[in-house]
Design a protein around this ligand. Structure first.
Ligand SMILES: *Cc1c(COP(=O)(O)O)cnc(C)c1O
Length: 452
């Protein structure tokens, strides 16, 4: 299995050939899930003592398993938050695997870590964070939020300890009632309480509402999370007014920009993020709107030392790694072994330059505005909120949840689009989440036409 032989050479060629075809295909179907019974019938048992051979395994993948996976980078995949990796990023992901790179420590992966850090520094600069900011690419926004909040609590603990003050009975994190579910998940893992604060009618959390929560809960609040691009609506909290509270209260400001912070690269949206420069930590997911393959979240600390103090693992066998001043990505989140998952983005950014990224993001922002205007002008349609970024949420008047469900299932069944129902304030709606530069106005209009 590990030797270079004619058999392993043929196997590598087979896999590279498949990858090449998939990467360069412009008509990969949308596809859809199968039932477990169907997959069991078609794929059967693939693992036995002797092996079925690469040809048969790859063929099963290509003809049975892959078609049972929805094509998340399809231009008509508009649910949740899609993905749209560049060819450069996807191709380089193969290189990362082929090279068995270890991205946990400078000692083992200095070159990879250098390149990842260049991307993180570039992002930090776009977000107007100080040049000393830094962090790490983790698996996803959920782990990024958790790691940032753990660092925030550690920082609060240390601050209280230095002041000789007792720690509160319960630690609390303040966030919008429309914050992402991963904040509640992090709170459960950390055994802390969430204080949900109502955003305005427009979905934006503002400083005034946060101030009231800070006054009520005092020093038990170790962090405030501003969401910059809510997942359901793409609404950006009023970060500046929340950050301004730092002048009166001591708290860690975390900006959850997993989906939306990428829009700061575009002049069309940059101003919406004013205040992010005062964040103590931010996250953004390159696998969402920065055109990298799954899975990658950039976690950036204003003062990376706060992350390192919270997360460095100590063990006898790790001392050679941790007792140095070298930058080891393992030290900045709740993980140890890691793939240098920032490299696909690094390669694509280095290849194409930042301007291509700005243009691609601007395209989706523009398209969201255009389709929102189209929806608002159609009889029987209602925009739920004006889009700020690239998520457009709307209702078909008179439709029940069952109507949306039937319509959505038919769209996927007929392989026209993947658009799922969502809801707001107890009313069912649906949404276009647009991050793919190959999605067009005509694609979206054709979907609206199916709702006539
Ligand atoms: C997607 C998302 C997350 C979670 O990120 P994962 O990469 O899916 O773990 C967190 N916050 C927001 C605002 C998101 O959009």
């Amino acid at each position: 299995m590990h030797e270079v032989s004619s058999e392993t050479t043929r196997l590598v060629d087979l896999v590279l050939d498949y990858s090449r075809r998939r990467m360069l295909s412009s008509d990969t179907p949308l596809d859809k899930p199968s039932t477990e019974a169907d997959l069991a019938r078609l794929a059967g048992r693939t693992i036995d003592e002797r092996g079925i051979g690469a040809g048969r395994a790859l063929s099963l993948f290509e003809h049975v398993l892959a078609p049972a996976c929805i094509t998340t980078d399809h231009p008509q995949y508009l649910s949740f938050i899609p993905t749209a990796p560049t060819k450069a990023a996807i191709a380089f992901d193969l290189v990362v695997s082929a090279s068995a790179l270890y991205g946990g420590s400078w000692l083992e992966g200095a070159g990879a870590v250098y390149a990842e850090n260049e991307v993180l520094a570039w992002l930090a600069n776009e977000f107007r964070l100080p040049a000393t900011a830094g962090g790490v690419f983790v698996q996803g926004g959920t782990l990024g939020n958790l790691s940032a909040l753990v660092a925030a609590r550690e920082h609060a603990r240390a601050t209280l300890h230095e002041a000789g003050t007792d720690a509160p009975g319960r630690w609390k994190v303040v966030c919008s009632a429309e914050a992402h579910s991963s904040i509640a998940s992090a709170a459960r893992v950390m055994d802390v309480d969430v204080v949900p604060v109502a955003p305005g009618e427009d979905g934006m959390l503002r400083g005034d509402a946060v101030r009231a929560a800070l006054e009520e809960h005092g020093a038990s609040v170790f962090a405030v999370v501003a969401t910059s691009g809510s997942t359901n609506f793409g609404i950006v909290d009023d970060i500046a007014s929340i950050a301004a509270l730092k002048d009166e209260h001591d708290f860690w400001l975390h900006v959850d920009g997993a989906y939306g912070l990428a829009a700061m690269l575009s002049p069309l949206a940059r101003d919406r993020f004013a205040g992010v420069e005062r964040a103590d930590s931010v996250i953004v997911d390159p696998h969402k709107w920065l055109f990298a393959p799954f899975d990658a979240c950039a976690l950036i600390y204003r003062d990376p030392e706060t992350g390192r103090r919270a997360h460095t693992q100590h063990a006898e066998y790790l001392d050679t790694l941790t007792e140095t001043s070298e930058w080891s990505p393992s030290d900045y989140a709740a993980h140890l072994t890691r793939r240098p998952r920032g490299l696909p983005l690094w390669f694509s950014l280095a290849t194409h330059g930042a301007a291509a990224y700005r243009d691609a993001i601007t395209h989706s922002l523009q398209l969201a505005q255009d389709i929102a205007r189209e929806i608002a002008s159609r009889d029987g349609f209602r925009l739920v909120r004006e889009p700020q970024l690239s998520v457009v949420v709307f209702e078909r008047e008179g439709w029940t949840k069952a109507d949306y469900d039937r319509w959505s299932a038919r769209l996927l069944d007929e392989q026209r689009a993947f658009v799922t129902p969502s809801s707001h304030a107890g009313r069912t709606n649906t949404r276009f989440a647009i991050v793919n530069p190959t999605t067009t106005f005509e694609h979206l209009v054709a979907i609206l036409d199916t709702m006539a």
